[in-house]
Design a protein around this ligand. Structure first.
Ligand SMILES: [Zn+2]
Ligand SMILES: [Zn+2]
Length: 119
């Protein structure tokens, strides 16, 4: 089911089979911004996660993924650091943005968080 111009609800669904897929509207707006800026498909590696699945993959209970407020994304022809700089310039004082080797984490938390988990 389409929930915005370029995204389907299925792309956000928890991968454990529980069907949790309630996406935060602000997150969806930011993802559409990225999609429009680069004019490239945005692949969502992981978005909504129920607490059980989030624990199973070793994440913390405070992860924004549990609230449907986070997405791990990838754009084929753009580096994670490139997307990081784009978002950090747009939203210098808020949201959570984390760089990983193969994806970029973005969440719409109330305060600000930045991290670099590249190996
Ligand atoms: Zn689940
Ligand atoms: Zn994440």
């Amino acid at each position: 089911m389409k929930i915005s111009e370029h995204f389907n609800r299925e792309e956000f669904t928890c991968s454990c089979g529980c069907e949790f897929n309630t996406v935060d509207a602000e997150l969806l707006r930011v993802l559409e911004q990225v999609r429009t800026h680069y004019d490239q498909p945005v692949t969502i590696n992981s978005a909504c996660r129920c607490l059980e699945h989030n624990r199973a993959i070793g994440s913390t209970d405070t992860s924004q993924h549990v609230n449907g407020k986070a997405a791990d994304i990838k754009i084929k022809s753009v580096s994670s650091i490139g997307i990081y700089h784009y978002l950090n310039n747009l939203y210098p004082d808020c949201f959570g943005i984390g760089i990983y080797d193969s994806f970029l984490h973005i969440d719409v938390r109330d305060d600000k968080g930045r991290w670099d988990n590249r190996t």
